[in-house]
Design a binder for this molecule. Structure first.
Ligand code: ADE
Length: 246
């Protein structure tokens, strides 16, 4: 996968060199380039923002540098029949970032992230891009960050760990929270007794049927307690009769 990130704070993206993302890059699974938006300004002050039409607080990112940046970064990669990149714009006004969206983005061969700051990017940049490539505005949650950079780190971490060859153990993708629309059951490791707290007996029983049932019940109870909003979204066949009793 090829990823381009356009930002006025390239140094914010330094963590992309670390950990599993850094390893995916070293392994050739992921190719990342971070670009400074100010490269595409033409005035001496390298201005990227201006006051909003219609009034109101804050500043809006000007369309000209963004247009030039996206023209340059999105240009066809030269291979015949290559698909256009998918433009992802982190924004508190976007669609919620979820595991299904992470899977969808992991299926793309090229992603471009446009990091807005201030009150956001002039809407015409996104409208122009949407005529040429898929564009998705993505929100991490119902709160406001200073800008899109940290959101890009979060989105990329969720996407890159789904790329084939990045995680050693593909089973961990099947069992984790949100894989089946439910929160994952609690997990334990040795020692069997820590301070005055034992590991639940069932997990030490060796009875795999009972263990699976216990984990399923814990998943259901956690989800009902912490994220009741997830339950109506489950497809009808996701819960069997025994689940409904829990
Ligand atoms: N930029 C600012 N706030 C954001 C949020 N909640 N999600 C994604 N990008 C953002």
């Amino acid at each position: 996968m090829r990823v381009d990130v356009v930002t006025i704070f390239p140094e914010y993206l330094a963590p992309l060199d670390l950990s599993l993302i850094g390893r995916a890059r070293a392994a050739g699974i992921l190719d990342v380039a971070v670009h400074d938006l100010r490269t595409w300004t033409s005035d001496v002050h390298r201005t990227v923002d201006d006051t909003p039409y219609g009034g109101g607080p804050g500043m809006v990112m000007r369309p000209e540098p963004w247009g030039e940046a996206l023209d340059a970064v999105a240009s066809p990669d030269g291979s015949p029949g290559s698909e256009p990149p998918h433009l992802v714009v982190p924004s508190p006004a976007g669609v919620p970032f979820t595991q299904p969206l992470a899977h969808a983005l992991a299926g793309e061969s090229r992603l471009i992230f446009a990091c807005g700051r201030y009150e956001g990017i002039d809407q015409r940049v996104l409208d122009y891009a949407a005529e040429r490539m898929p564009v998705t505005e993505v929100s991490l949650g119902d709160y406001v960050l200073f800008g899109g950079e940290v959101a890009v780190l979060v989105i990329l971490e969720a996407v890159v760990r789904l790329l084939p060859g990045v995680l050693g153990n593909a089973d961990s993708l099947v069992e984790e929270s949100h894989a089946d629309g439910l929160l994952e059951a609690p997990v334990y490791t040795k020692p069997a007794q820590w301070r005055d707290l034992p590991v639940p007996e069932v997990l030490r029983s060796g009875d795999h049927g009972k263990i699976a049932r216990w984990r399923r019940d814990q998943s259901l109870l956690r989800t009902a307690g912490r994220r009741p909003d997830l339950l109506p979204a489950l497809p009808p066949q996701a819960l069997d009769k025994r689940d409904r009793a829990t």
